[in-house]
Structures are given as C-alpha cells and as structure tokens.
Design a protein. Structure first.
Lengths: 408, 422
C-alpha cells in the first residue's frame, strides 16, 4: 500500500511548491492541482517535447506535476470560491504559495477554511513568511537564494567572478520543508484529530541550508569565503577538483592517509605502468609499508610523513591526468578513496548504478501514445511503493471527474 | 546574543512526542534528519562508541568553537546538528552493551543510521535481526550510493555526492570548470529526504501496522533534483554538457533576461537582478535611465535573451558604481525582483527578517553554555518546534536513559561504566 493512499491534497498551482505536491502524489496521495482559468504560467516553460512549443508540451510541467489530477477554479468569482470550499471540505492538506494576503482577501484563509474543515492542514509558502511585509515583494528563485545565503558560499577562487546560484534549488529547498511540514502535521493529526496552519518561509529554508556559513558566524562570528569546487572556508583550503584525461573533472576528496590506501594507490600506479613517471613513488612505497599509526598532525613537521602524504596527492594527480574521470572515480573507490566523477545530470542518469537501482522510470503517455522515461524515486521505501501514478494533467482535465465526486 | 529565555512554546503539544528514535546517525547527512524529528518532540537517542569517544562523527571536535576550549564536546557544528537530542554511549564490542541496545530497540519506533553499508550488520544489528527484536521496526539507512547496486560499497561525503549526481556540474559558468557547491548541500538535503522517509514510514506503520526498511541513497535524492534537464535528455536527447552551459545564474526555464548576479561597489559585494517579463524590464530600464536601455538590442524578451552578454556588460557598468543595498532599494521601489547577495553576518545579524522569524534560537549546551543554532523555517500553529537542549556531550544521557527507560539502577550504570560497557 502507498504510504499516503486515501489522503487528499489540494494544491493551488504555483512554481515554488510544485515539487512538494509531486512528492505527496508520488507517495500515493490524491493531489488535486487547482489552476486559474488559462492555466499556470509554468505550463508554457521550456524545454518542450521534440523542441516544439505548444499546449501540453512543457517538460518542465510534466516533471513537477506527475501523480496529480488537474482542475480549473476561478477564485476571483463567488461560484469558483464555492467550488473551492466544497473541495476543501474533502481535503486533508492545502498546499499553497499565494501572495500572502490574497486568500484572506478572498475569505479563503485558514481561519475561514478551518471552520469548514477543522482537521485541515494548511501549508502556506511565502518568500519571508506570512507575517513579514517583505513577502509582498516580487521574487524569483535567484533573488530568494541571493537573499538567504547559498550564493555567497558558491563560486570560484577568483572573486572577480560572481557568486553562483545552483539553479532551482531555492524553490526546491522550500518545497522540501513544505513536504516535511505536511508529513509532520499528518502524524500529529492522526493522534490528536487536529489540523493546523503552517507558515513556511522560502528564505528561511535556504538560510538554514548553508552548513558552515551560518554556524561559523553563529558560533564564532567568522565569515567563510567561496572557493572553486570545494567548501567555502574561513581559511583557504587545497584544491580538490582535478581535470582528467578526457576533459572531464573529478573531485579528489580526501587524499590517502592510511598505509592500505598508499598501498592501493601504489599498486594502481604500477598496474598502469606509471610508477616510473612519479618521482615520489618511493615515498608511496614507504607509506604502504608504514608501521603504526600514520600521524597526520605531523604533516609539515615530520619530513617522512610530509613526503608520503604529498606523494599520495601527486600520485592521484598523475593518474587523473592519464585516465578518464569515470575510470579515475571507479579506480579510486576500489582503492578505498572517496573520490567522485563530476557528472552532468544525464551522465549520472545513464550510469549503471542508478539504472540497476531502478531510477529510470517509464511512464506511458496514452494521449500521444509514447513512453517517456522519468527520473525515479528519491528514496527506496521497501514497504511503501513510490510511483508516478499518472502523467501531468492537461488544463481542466479532471474537472468533470473531481467536481462530479463533490456533487451532493 | 539573545537571552536564553524559556521558549514561548514550552507548554504547547509536540507533533512527534509519541515516537522514539534509536539513532546511530552522525555528521550532517544523518544528524540533520533526526534533528527535524527532535525539534518536534521525538525522543531521539544518539548512540556513540565510548572507546573511540564518538569520533566516528568527525564534527564532535572540529571548529567552529565558542572559545579557547577544545575537545570532543566542543565542536560547534556538532552542537548545531544535534540540538534537542539525547546522547548515550554503548561499547558494542561487549555483549552486555548489545543486550542494552536490544532492550532499547524493543521500545523504539525507528533505527536510523548513515554508516557505510554493512557496518550495523557487522555489529549484529542488520535489518533481519532488528525485525526479530521488534517486528514493526522502521529501519532507515542513508549512505551515498545506498545499500543496493554496483557502487554500494563506494564511500562518499557531501561534495562527492554532489559531483557524481550532477549538482556540481550544473553550478558553474560556461567555459570554466564547475564552481560546484561551497558546502555540503546534499548533506543538508539528503538529511531532509531521510527525515521525509522516516515520517512516511511512520505514517505507513500507523495505517498498516507494518514496519519497513528504507534504503536511502543520497546520490539518488540528488539526481531527482534535475527533473526538467533529465526529461530534456530522455525526450530530446539534449545533454546538459554542451557549449554555453551550464550558465547557473541565468534562467532558461522560463527564459528571463536580464537574470544574473552583478558586481557592486564595496568589498566583494554583489546584487541579484531578475526581470520576469516586459513590465519588469520597463521598470528596470526606467530606473537605470541610460541610452543603451532604449535601443532595439534589448527591446523585447527574445532580443534580450539572445543578447545577454552585452546586456550583462551594460548592467555591470551600472551596478559597479553603486552599493548593493542602494541598487536593491532602487529596484525594489520600482517593483523589480532584486536581492543583495547576503553575507552571513548580514542575513543573521542585520536583516531583521530572520530574527523576526525566530530563525536563530539559542540552546543551552552542557559545556558551551548558550549558543545560537539554525532554527526550522516553518511555524506551526498547534505544534511549534523547539530545541529543548544543546547537542549532547559524549554519554551525557547514558545514566538518564538507562535508568528512566531500561530499568537500570544508578549503581548498575556506574558499574557498567567502570567496566567499559557504557
């Protein structure tokens, strides 16, 4: 049985919460996506099927609205508001990211809806929370993230280059907290019978998703500085990104620090016939045969330990320059080193590991008689199936079905 | 620093107070998950190894520090990630400790861990054994590649997860190496997915009476964050690795221009500006008021999108002469989406929004004293979150948990401690 089967979610279509609705729907909830007449603007976002723009051709829309049924309700008219109230009368969760005063002005905010449906869980997502007037300002994923921390920590060693924003992650982080909040409130409701109102702030969500940038300031009033491909840091750290022979990069992680790691690296160099090209190979061999603990705190003060540790780094760099990033990744991991290939998303998607885990999920689109391969589950709950139960809805596709179910 | 006043929510009900978590998690990828549960009242009991002084969690003793004191109880990150939890020590090399763990699992709802694959099993507590101890137990494992699949023995930490899953690649500028993420975004986000999985499994158990095992792979959670790009690949065979991409500060879905992060006067000061549509552009152009705004090159959304390089050069020349908060004020007044790129001090201590939201609560740590930590970015009208305590010192609650929950006397605990069992 799906974990959320039988639960009804009403989602007022808005970009920042689309992922939260998908997470609920893919775990079995009956998600009713409510759009205004004319549809949500993200229906028209690229990329498009076969690169041809048109109605119901947005892959952006397809991805974020799987496992939902779609209806059109005009909240600006009383008949629409009546219909919305009837729908709320059957709902367990309302998920919305409306401008903060809009629902109140329509007589459809939590105080109004809870009278109709006391057990309703109302999750409201706004840029700064419902109580903050800054939530009335216009925003995008980019401005949400800039205001709340992530870009400050991301970018290049060269600070003449701008801080970098990981695309879409501001909205996705807000959606993660909206989903977590809904699940938490559902557990409470199942024991207490009580619904509640939950006020999620997008900027707060990213503010608490910045790791050391926040707690370095909170604890020690220190400021981290961005660095290429590695953690922003109060004090500069060594590079960890390595260009490999095929022009792709790898993240070299933590260099070898234990005799068995030096041994594995030395063996691999010999296997590749590269040991003669590494002047420091003799130190690697010493590291492989080291007896007793290898005391990293003596790097810089003990000549042997310093040379061996340095040889580990140089050995990795030499191998990386001669093999592909994928081979470097797999070879290092087999040697026990936590190294990663820098994949583009599609390269990871085609990797045997994720295929073997069932991450490629075919979904039949009966309307165009085509099977589309979607990204799969973010977690494997072995007892509660994750599934894309239906393709994204067309505008008003389920009006008759859903409104028919509501009819007295 | 704010006073450590009693939380106004102290007498409110807690959403998850019915649940007990037998918690082996650490670092951020695991500890971040049970942190959410603890803040809503779940009894999260961290189990650590007294022989290695809990050093499996490297954050126990690493910076930042509140003062000159060092040691396994003084790590600021550990306190942040483990606020609200209890901490006990069990030396699982000793059969008596295994018996204590068995008793604890019998009265727990969830066993959570983020070890490498196989570690818990080698200690004798694999999923099959957990089910024997408690048939409806929920077991949630979280590791980089999961416990199933060709790479399940590979090791990761946040940056490795981000590299392999495509997140490092997509965060960069064209023609340059990836900028990547300047922190372990996927330790945070993997922890969120782990918390979601725990909550989903608890809901499932409430409705069916069944427990289950959740095999969480952080790389898989991360890969799921690239949805539209992956469909562009499977449907249109268009790779993200292509000339001109990635261009992380620009917007392609939907196309917006201008859309970027621009330099300002000041010390590494920057401002983010986005024009969603023609109206935003016209408002922006009116504020800038320079001749280049009026030409045909930038007249329509399509022409601006096609000419983003010269557009960005012109905007850079305009922003570079002004302070970031001045640009923010001007464009805000005009109704254009804008935000200064905030430094940690600015968003924590200067921007009133985070303080007004109560985003940086103070917890009391047994040795560090009062310390501010990350709060939760949501307010609940019925069951507000709160952190009852700082992160636990090593073994801080061993006696409490063994006497309160497992029927030991204080003398029993002293003897177990003297014999190296706890």
């Amino acid at each position: 049985m799906s974990a959320l089967a039988g639960l009804r979610v009403v989602e007022l279509a808005r970009e920042p919460i689309a992922l939260a609705g998908k997470l609920l729907g893919d775990m079995g909830a009956d998600v009713i996506l409510v759009e205004p007449p004319g549809g949500d603007p993200s229906r028209d976002y690229p990329p498009f099927v076969d690169d041809e723009p048109g109605t119901d051709r947005s892959l952006y829309w397809w991805h974020y609205h799987t496992s939902k049924r779609g209806v059109v309700i005009d909240l600006d008219h009383e008949a629409g508001r009546d219909r919305f109230r009837s729908l709320i009368g059957t709902a367990d969760v309302l998920l919305e990211a409306e401008p903060r005063r809009r629902l109140g002005a329509l007589g459809l905010d939590y105080v109004d809806l809870a009278r109709l449906r006391p057990e309703l869980i109302h999750v409201a997502v706004t840029p700064y929370g419902r109580e903050d007037a800054k939530s009335d300002l216009p925003f995008t994923d980019l401005t949400v993230m800039a205001a709340s921390g992530p870009p400050w920590s991301c970018g290049y060693d060269d600070h003449a280059l701008p801080p970098i924003r990981g695309p879409l992650q501001g909205y996705q982080t807000a959606a993660h907290f909206a989903f977590l909040s809904a699940l938490t409130a559902l557990l409470y409701r199942s024991m207490s019978g009580r619904g509640q109102f939950i006020d999620v702030s997008m900027t707060a969500a990213s503010n608490v998703t910045t790791e050391a940038a926040s707690y370095s300031w909170l604890v020690a009033q220190r400021t981290v500085q961005r660095q290429t491909g590695r953690h922003a840091s109060v004090s500069p750290s060594r590079e960890t990104q390595q260009l490999c022979a095929d022009g792709r990069h790898a993240n070299t992680g933590v260099p070898p620090r234990q005799p068995r790691e030096f041994a594995a690296l030395y063996d691999w160099l010999k296997e590749l016939g590269l040991d003669a090209e590494l002047p420091e190979a003799v130190f690697l061999e010493m590291g492989a045969n080291w007896e007793g603990p290898f005391d990293l705190s003596r790097i810089g003060s003990d000549d042997e330990i310093t040379a061996i540790f340095g040889a580990g780094r140089e050995g990795l760099k030499l191998i990386a320059s001669r093999v592909s990033a994928q081979d470097f990744f797999v070879g290092c991991q087999r040697a026990g080193l936590a190294v990663g290939v820098v994949n583009a998303p599609e390269e990871a998607f085609e990797d045997e590991h994720f295929k073997a885990r069932g991450f490629q999920v075919p979904v039949h689109h009966e309307d165009i008689d085509r099977t589309i391969v979607y990204p799969g589950a973010p977690y494997a709950l072995t007892g509660s199936p994750w599934a894309i139960s239906r393709r994204a809805p067309k505008l008003g596709e389920h009006d008759d079905e859903v409104f028919g179910e509501l009819a007295p | 620093m704010p006073d450590s006043a009693p939380s106004p929510a102290a007498d409110r009900p807690q959403a998850l107070s019915a649940f007990r978590i037998c918690d082996f998690t650490g670092q951020l990828a695991g500890a971040g998950a049970t942190r959410w549960l603890a803040s809503f009242g779940a009894e999260v009991i961290r189990i650590e190894d007294p022989v290695r002084e809990g050093r499996w969690d490297i954050l126990r003793g690493t910076p930042p520090y509140v003062d000159d004191r060092r040691g396994i109880d003084m790590g600021g990150a550990f306190n942040n990630h483990n606020a609200g939890k209890y901490g006990i020590t069990l030396n699982l090399r000793d059969e008596r400790a295994k018996d204590i763990l068995t008793s604890l699992i019998e009265i727990s709802d969830v066993v959570s861990e983020n070890f490498a694959k196989g570690v818990l099993e080698r200690w004798g507590f694999g999923y099959e054994r957990l089910k024997e101890i408690k048939p409806d137990i929920i077991y949630v494992s979280n590791c980089g590649f999961g416990h199933v699949g060709p790479y399940s023995d590979f090791k990761t930490w946040g940056p490795i997860v981000q590299a392999v899953s495509g997140l490092t690649f997509t965060s960069g500028l064209p023609g340059l190496e990836p900028a990547g993420w300047g922190y372990s975004y996927m330790d945070h986000t993997g922890a969120y997915y782990m918390a979601m999985a725990i909550l989903l499994a608890l809901i499932h158990r409430q409705r069916t009476g069944e427990g289950q095992w959740v095999d969480l792979a952080c790389t898989e959670s991360a890969l799921s964050l690239h949805g539209p790009a992956l469909l562009d690949w499977t449907v249109n065979q268009r790779p993200s690795r292509r000339p001109g991409r990635p261009h992380a500060n620009r917007s392609f879905w939907p196309p917006m221009a201008p859309h970027g992060i621009y330099p300002c006067a000041g010390d590494d000061d920057w401002v983010a500006i986005a024009c969603r549509d023609q109206a935003d552009w016209e408002a922006f152009a009116k504020v800038v008021g320079e001749a280049w705004c009026d030409g045909p090159t930038f007249a329509t959304p399509d022409s601006r999108h096609a000419n983003q390089d010269p557009l960005d050069e012109n905007i850079t020349a305009w922003t570079a002469q002004q302070g970031k908060f001045d640009v923010e004020e001007l464009l805000r007044a005009a109704g254009v989406p804008v935000a200064a790129v905030m430094k940690p001090q600015e968003r924590i201590d200067i921007d009133p929004s985070t303080a007004d939201f109560g985003l940086w609560p103070t917890v009391r740590h047994a040795k560090m004293g009062d310390v501010r930590v990350d709060g939760q970015p949501a307010h609940f009208s019925e069951t507000e979150w709160r952190f009852e305590r700082g992160g636990p010192c090593l073994g801080e609650h061993t006696a409490d948990v063994l006497t309160r929950l497992l029927g030991f006397s204080a003398e029993d605990v002293d003897a177990l401690h003297a014999e190296g069992v706890v």
